[in-house]
Write a protein that binds this ligand. Structure first.
Ligand code: KIV
Ligand code: ZN
Length: 386
């Protein structure tokens, strides 16, 4: 099994979610939980952004012992200096520098020709290498960069001795076949590529961040960048829990694994949601409230007979206690009877159960979710009393 490195950017790209602002204590709390989860690299923030972020990155750097702590910098000396300052005291510090490479960004944002982009990247990497033994370089908007120019930029970064070249699909524009092809092309055309790690950083604007990250893995990516719950700029980043569970569930297909302690996933998701204030949608893969809930009678009957009929992941894999059979209008008699037993009504006669099931269907037609309290009330008032 090939190991895929997990680079968590919940505290940097994740914090760029509109409306999210984490203070130092919150960042440290999340970082400590990420350390328990077993991520390899934690991008703690963007120290040049504000004195507060620099201080928060420093607090994370000092608190974390079992993951590399990293800071983001544009390809300018003052940003690199800020990361150096922020990572003082870190056990295993590393810097992440970026520069846009796509024609749109070169023309409208940087106002640079290709040659100037190459010169700026070279200068920044050389400057960063004075402080850091591990440098990651990102070609921002790589997804919309000409492939031959991306090869040129990557060759330069490899020559200058970076450890990781990151390929961001900054605006979530590509599909899996296209994104995978970038990795294949870099692997085939860049001299010395075997000496560095290639990384994928995807955004979810078209809902393809996880699929694109997996395509990158299939084409040789060594590292996946993303966030817990997929939070991040606009539609968010790759949800790391999705990639980790895809690899774990389909190890037969991907032949790759992570070092994550999967049992910490549910706890990490809840903490990030609580501290960022970003509610996890019920139907979110892996960590949504409905990810292990079953409502239809046919599914519930299958689950009661054998869980693998309708669950490809057992909830305890991610640290949850059990699946939920949710009673609603699609539920069947089998699940209803199990619920009665759970609630202590195992002594009801067959006729009483049948009558209760009829009443339950009436309630279920009126309410989206029938709660335990509804069922207790129905049994006590309508079945036992009569
Ligand atoms: O999406 C992006 O391009 C980024 C870079 C800073 C890596 O977040
Ligand atoms: Zn990003």
């Amino acid at each position: 099994m090939r190991k895929i490195y997990i680079f968590d950017t919940t505290l940097r790209d994740g914090e760029q979610s509109p409306g999210v602002n984490l203070n130092t204590q919150e960042k440290v709390e999340i970082a400590l939980q990420l350390e328990k989860l077993g991520v390899d690299r934690i991008e703690a923030g963007f120290p040049a952004a504000s004195p507060g972020d620099l201080a928060a990155v420093n607090a994370v750097a000092r608190a974390i012992k079992n993951a590399s702590v990293m800071g983001l910098a544009r390809s300018v000396e003052k940003d690199i200096d800020a990361v150096y300052e922020a990572l003082k005291g870190a056990e295993d510090p590393a810097i992440h520098i970026f520069l846009a490479t796509s024609p749109i960004h070169r023309k409208h944002k940087l106002r640079m020709e290709k040659e100037q982009v190459l010169e700026t990247a070279e200068k920044a990497i050389r400057y960063a290498k004075k402080y850091f033994s591990r440098v990651e370089f990102s070609a921002e908007d790589a997804g919309r960069t000409e492939l031959d120019f991306l090869c040129e930029v990557t060759s330069l970064a490899v020559r200058e001795g970076v450890s990781v070249v990151n390929i961001p699909d900054t605006v979530g524009y590509l599909n899996p076949a296209e994104f995978g092809n970038i990795f294949k092309t870099l692997k085939e055309n860049v001299q010395g590529i075997e000496n560095i790690q290639l990384s994928a950083h995807c955004h979810d604007d078209l809902g393809m961040a996880t699929a694109n990250s997996l395509a990158a893995i299939l084409n040789g990516a060594d590292q996946i960048e993303g966030t817990i719950n997929g939070i991040g700029e606009r539609a968010g980043n790759t949800a790391l829990e999705e990639v980790a569970l895809a690899l774990a569930t389909r190890a037969d297909y991907f032949q790759a694994t992570t070092s994550l302690n999967l049992k910490e996933i549910a706890r990490t998701s809840r903490l990030v949601s609580k501290l960022t204030g970003m509610v996890v949608p019920g139907n979110k893969a892996i960590v949504g409230a409905n990810a292990f809930a079953h409502e239809s009678g046919i599914h519930q009957d299958g689950m009661l007979k054998e869980k693998t009929t309708y669950e490809i992941i057992s909830p305890d894999t991610i640290g949850l206690r059990d699946s939920k059979l949710v009673l609603g209008k699609h539920s069947g008699r089998h699940a209803f009877r199990e619920k009665l037993i759970d609630l202590g009504y195992e002594h009801l006669t067959e006729d009483q159960v049948n009558a209760a099931f009829g009443k339950f269907k009436d309630v279920a037609d009126r309410k989206k979710n029938v709660t335990d309290e509804d069922i207790r009330a129905l049994i006590e008032e309508k079945i036992i009393e009569t």
